[in-house]
Structures are given as structure tokens and as C-alpha cells.
Write a protein that binds this ligand. Structure first.
Ligand code: GLV
Ligand code: MN
Ligand code: MN
Length: 412
């Protein structure tokens, strides 16, 4: 098959999409169901329509763009990713899998290839947890990991439910219909930037993912006692922020002490009440993100953190209430999809390595309902979730070429 990726066009589309954002360039912010997110989805959907893909949207806003195969009733081969972006993000996270997936489909069309199984490009809703606290909202629901009732009840910081927000964004239908029937996909494959430094350090252009780490997250509400910063003497204090500071360090110690580099833990949200320089913090809201490729080790670190919570609460006479958000299992990628990616790399004479994904992806949930695999490309200095995130057009085009070849193999 003679496949040619139009790298110039793809580069231009990545730049165009980055302009649909709520941040000053080069930063990109596209929070789910914001005006920018909706505009970006419509823009990508129009590109898909232009090449004859059939578009449908489900009740949570997942968008499916289908190139109908010669056997229209056979299970489809899925690809795609997300285009929502955390505050102050870059241009490539998720986007490479969506616009790259479309570029792969265009290349296959131009080559004269006709798929037997339909090829379907997905734009997942809210891979990022920014608005509703939970990541991979769309793929969690597609896979039945998150029920319609639980999803409908999620709220944003203004107290609006998922159900209200998606309806006011013009997305209709019943959330209970989002779950896909078993066997809908023959296979699913996601192209993504690595979001870490390993490919670049090893001088390799491609990584085939074998396993996706297990993420968990939770909220803490720490309640102490406020008061006058001058009047309340130190022995009498129940400062919620001092307790939070100890807890944050206990999180770091638990991850560092697990004995494995794959244990990573972060407190990325810290809201202080009342937030005045001359007032003792009475309440602090923290959010924990913790991950590991090994479930037992991650849960062990979480137990160590829970024990630290108890001792900090009693030592400082504060309460620490924990509200779990998610605690997902890791996923193994499918041998069948790994083999298709491997054969494609070999056929194209591209060097590659096999690696784990420490970031989570919609593939974590797609793997619950379909044989799933992922392909990583390098990103400069391993940087992601920052405005200076960058992958070169050459690296992107190489990933798209392998994706196209793999889609052809899986859909033939
Ligand atoms: C995805 O954005 C992640 O946080 O891994
Ligand atoms: Mn991300
Ligand atoms: Mn991503």
C-alpha cells in the first residue's frame, strides 16, 4: 500500500485547532462543554464530513465519525482521542490522536484502500477531569464503567450537573444509551504523545504501549478553626492549611517510599478558606491524583496516605474528610493490537520500543470493551500539560503513518 501523510496540512490543522481556546497563545484551554470545546468539536466534525465520514454524537457528546466499510454490519475498528484541554495546556495532548486519526483515514482513502470493517474516529468527551472531577467521562460511559445515574449526578464547581450542562450545550438523548453494546468494536487503537521523556532519551521515534497505569483520585476537606492571625496564640491553633501542608508531604513520601518509580502521586488542587493574609485558614480543599502500573502497590500507597491523614488529624485537632472520586484498575493492551502495531513498524522499518503508559487515556476504558492498543510518539523534553508541549511534524507524521498502516491491517 502506498500511503502518504499530508504532514503540512496536519500541522496547519493542529495550529488552527489551538486557536479555538480560552487561553492566551501558545497556551490552550478547552474545558468540556465550554464554548471553545463545542466550537472545536464542530470544527473537527466538519473536517470529518468533508471526507465523507458519517457523524453521530451520543448523549454525553462523544462524537463518532465513521468511514463505512464494505461489510457495514461487521464490528468497526476505532481510533481517536480527545480535544478537551486542561487550563494552560499545550496543542498536542489528545489532538494528535484525533487530527492524526483523521489524517490517517485521509491517507488510506487517497491510497485507494477500502476497509472491510468500518473505521471509526472518536472524539471522546472530557478525557480531562477539569470540570467534573473525573477523567475520561465519555469513555467511562461508553464502556459502562460509569453508570448513567452516577454520571448525571456529577457537578462542576458552580453546582451544575453533567446533565444540565450537556443539555444546555445542545446535546440531547438519554445518558443510559451511551454505553456501547459488546462487540461494537473489533479493535481500538489510540495515537498519543508520550507525555514523558523516555522515547526522546532513548532516541526512539515510537513506543508501543503494553500497559496503562491505574489512576485514582480523591478530594479532601480539612476543617480546623479560623481566627485572627494576630490574636490566636500558636498553641491554640487548629490551622487547616498547616495540616494540609503535612498531608501533601505525606503524599510525596508515600509515593517516593513505594520502592518503584511507577508510583506517582500529586496534590494539584489546594483551595484555602477564607484566603485572607491576616486570617487563620479554617478550611482547605485538596485533590489527590495517584497512579501506578501495579494496583496492589498503588493501593498500598493509598493506605499509607490514609494512615497519615489519621495521625495528622489527631495531632493537629482538625478533621480530614476524604471523598473518593475514582480508583481504576490498570489495563493490559491487547496482544492482537500490539502485534498489528509491531508489524506496521517493522514493515515501515521504524525503530520502536515497548513501554507502559503512566498517563491515563480513553484507551484505559476502551480496553474494557474492545481489544485496545496505543502508539506513543516523543514530545520535547517529555513536557505535557504545559503551553510549551511540542512534538515535531516528522514525529507526528511517523506516528500517523504507523496508525494508518495498523488501521488497514485491523480493518481488512
Ligand atoms: C490525562 O490527561 C492524565 O492526566 O493522565
Ligand atoms: Mn491530558
Ligand atoms: Mn491525553
Amino acid at each position: 500500500m502506498n500511503l502518504h501523510i499530508d504532514s503540512e496540512r496536519l500541522k496547519g490543522e493542529i495550529e488552527e485547532l489551538a486557536k479555538i481556546s480560552n487561553a492566551e497563545p501558545p497556551a490552550v484551554t478547552r474545558v468540556v462543554f465550554s464554548r471553545a470545546d463545542l466550537e472545536a468539536r464542530a470544527w473537527v466534525a466538519a473536517l470529518c464530513s468533508d471526507v465523507g465520514l458519517q457523524i453521530r454524537q451520543d448523549a454525553i457528546g462523544n462524537t463518532f465519525a465513521r468511514w463505512v466499510g464494505s461489510d457495514a454490519s461487521a464490528p468497526a475498528v476505532g481510533t481517536g482521542s480527545h480535544i478537551d484541554a486542561i487550563p494552560n495546556a499545550g496543542k498536542y495532548d489528545g489532538v494528535v490522536g484525533v487530527l492524526g486519526g483523521l489524517a490517517a483515514i485521509r491517507a488510506l482513502q487517497r491510497s485507494g484502500f477500502t476497509p472491510r470493517h468500518s473505521i471509526e474516529l472518536l472524539i471522546f468527551t472530557s478525557e480531562e477531569p477539569t470540570r467534573f472531577g473525573v477523567g475520561c467521562l465519555g469513555s467511562r460511559m461508553l464502556s459502562g464503567t460509569l453508570s448513567a445515574e452516577a454520571a448525571a449526578a456529577l457537578t462542576d464547581k458552580d453546582g451544575h450537573t453533567v446533565d444540565e450542562v450537556r443539555r444546555s450545550a445542545g446535546i440531547a438523548g438519554e445518558l443510559r444509551d451511551v454505553r456501547l453494546p459488546t462487540g461494537y468494536y473489533k479493535a481500538f487503537v489510540e495515537l498519543h504523545i508520550e507525555q514523558g521523556p523516555l522515547l526522546e532519551r532513548q532516541g526512539l521515534p515510537l513506543g508501543i504501549v503494553s500497559r496503562i497505569a491505574a489512576p485514582a483520585s480523591l478530594r479532601w476537606e480539612i476543617t480546623g478553626a479560623g481566627g485572627h492571625a494576630g490574636g490566636v496564640l500558636m498553641p491554640d491553633r487548629r490551622d487547616a492549611l498547616c495540616a494540609a501542608a503535612e498531608l501533601i508531604l505525606a503524599v510525596e513520601a508515600a509515593a517516593r517510599g513505594s520502592g518503584a518509580v511507577d508510583t506517582v502521586a500529586t496534590v494539584g488542587v489546594c483551595d484555602v478558606f477564607p484566603g485572607a493574609v491576616n486570617s487563620i485558614p479554617s478550611r482547605v480543599h485538596l485533590m489527590l491524583d495517584i497512579r501506578d502500573t501495579d494496583l496492589a502497590r498503588r493501593d498500598g500507597a493509598m493506605q499509607a496516605i490514609a494512615a497519615a491523614c489519621q495521625s495528622i488529624a489527631s495531632k493537629r485537632n482538625v478533621t480530614i474528610a476524604a471523598q473518593p472520586i475514582n480508583a481504576d484498575a490498570p489495563a493490559d493492551c491487547s496482544p492482537q493490537v500490539i502485534a498489528a502495531l509491531t508489524d506496521s513498524c517493522r514493515e515501515l522499518s521504524f525503530p520502536f520500543t515497548t513501554m507502559v503508559s503512566r498517563a491515563y487515556h480513553d484507551s484505559l476504558f476502551m480496553s474494557r470493551i474492545a481489544p485496545t492498543g496505543m502508539l506513543f510518539i516523543p514530545c520535547r523534553n517529555g513536557v505535557s500539560h504545559r503551553p510549551d508541549e511540542y512534538s515535531s511534524p516528522e514525529d507526528i507524521a511517523r506516528g500517523v503513518l504507523v496508525l494508518a498502516q495498523t488501521l488497514a491491517r485491523l480493518s481488512a
